[in-house]
Design a protein around this ligand. Structure first.
Ligand SMILES: CCCCC/C=C\C/C=C\CCCCCCCC(=O)SCCNC(=O)CCNC(=O)[C@H](O)C(C)(C)COP(=O)(O)OP(=O)(O)OC[C@H]1O[C@@H](n2cnc3c(N)ncnc32)[C@H](O)[C@@H]1OP(=O)(O)O
Ligand SMILES: CCCCCCCC/C=C\CCCCCCCC(=O)OC[C@@H](O)COP(=O)(O)O
Length: 273
């Protein structure tokens, strides 16, 4: 019994010691903490969402956004947001952003407009309490391995956007990417915007490589720049315009990514490719 009492005491002594001496320990500790804390937050949010909305409802994103906002402080992260005025657009639109890590959720919640939810891979729905809260928040799940299924879910989403005045956030790279650049864009987000005839608002996260390096097992404190770009209109466009719309969005976002990442790395060291 005496020995059992000593375990938490020992942990309380050892964890701060390891946090000061081992960057690898800090990496695993912060990652474990992030996932565990998000699961706990989701567990608390689930009954709140059910009580407020009675089930799956985009309005639940307000509760989720509120509950996630403090997590950046616990991980030593800070956001610098520019271009807020570009989100002051009435009605439905499609937000597109680059995707580096599950940490993107923190930036997403930092600027998430009202009545906005995301498109996500269907596997996320099985992520325990996080999966359930995503479902309650109205997240649209797609099967990336079956393009025809994904297309039909997104065609329905285009209709729902207009019927219910909803905004959708899509990660057009289609997967997480930390190669120091953007991956070529998939087309779904652009078909969605053209089908609904709504504007696209590009959002760019600066490179995380000055504080978070997965391969090198580093997770330091850091600043993330979030740049909201002016909207791109799609009125009058057809599916023939999707490729050029995607190329234009890619070029604008890549230029912004290199610009805001460069200005961070000039003061914090080089981007690691
Ligand atoms: C309180 C506590 C809370 C705790 C938890 C905290 C937060 C939880 C809440 C919120 C968190 C949300 C975070 C979620 C993040 C999840 C991120 C992801 O999951 S990213 C991965 C999933 N997303 C995507 O993949 C979107 C991007 N992908 C696409 O859009 C793709 O295009 C695709 C639709 C999946 C199809 O993929 P494919 O590989 O086949 O790609 P192509 O783009 O090359 O398309 C092939 C072909 O089809 C045409 N096409 C594509 N889409 C359409 C369409 N919608 N309609 C018609 N045609 C389409 C395309 O043009 C190509 O044809 P062609 O070559 O002739 O042009
Ligand atoms: C039954 C228990 C299962 C536990 C699983 C834990 C799940 C994660 C929990 C908390 C993390 C914080 C919430 C984040 C949601 C972020 C989703 C995300 O970023 O998914 C990755 C996806 O975009 C692309 O995936 P791939 O890189 O293509 O693959």
């Amino acid at each position: 019994m005496d020995v059992l009492w000593m375990i938490p005491l020992l942990l309380l002594m050892i964890i701060p010691l390891l946090m000061c001496t081992s960057s690898t320990f800090v990496f695993y500790f912060k990652k474990f903490f992030y996932v565990a804390w998000m699961m706990v937050l989701a567990l608390i949010a689930i009954p709140l969402c059910i009580l407020k909305s009675g089930g799956r409802d985009i309005e639940n994103m307000r509760i989720i956004r509120f509950m996630v906002r403090h997590v950046k402080y616990l991980l030593g992260l800070r956001f610098e947001v520019s271009g807020w005025e570009h989100l002051q657009t009435e009605g439905p639109y499609v937000v597109i952003s680059n995707h580096q890590s599950s940490l993107d959720v923190l930036g997403l919640m930092e600027i998430l407009p009202d009545r906005c939810t995301t498109i996500a891979k269907k596997e996320l729905v099985y992520a325990g309490t996080v999966g359930l809260i995503c479902w309650l928040g109205g997240i649209v799940f797609i099967n990336r391995k079956k393009t025809s299924d994904a297309k039909s879910v997104m065609a329905d989403a285009a209709k729902t956007m207009l019927d219910d005045q909803i905004r959708l956030w899509v990660f057009p790279e289609g997967t997480r990417n930390q190669n120091g650049d953007l991956l070529p864009f998939k087309k779904g987000a652009f078909h969605l915007a053209v089908q609904a005839q709504v504007p696209i608002i590009p959002v760019v996260f600066s490179s995380y490589s000055n504080f978070y390096l997965r391969k090198e097992k580093q997770f330091k404190s850091g600043v993330i720049r979030l740049k909201i770009l002016p909207k791109i209109e799609t009125k009058g466009m057809t599916s023939d315009d999707v490729s050029s719309l995607s190329d234009k969005s890619f070029d604008l976002m890549r230029a912004a990514f290199l610009d805001i990442s460069d200005s961070i790395t000039r003061s914090n060291g080089p981007v690691r490719h």
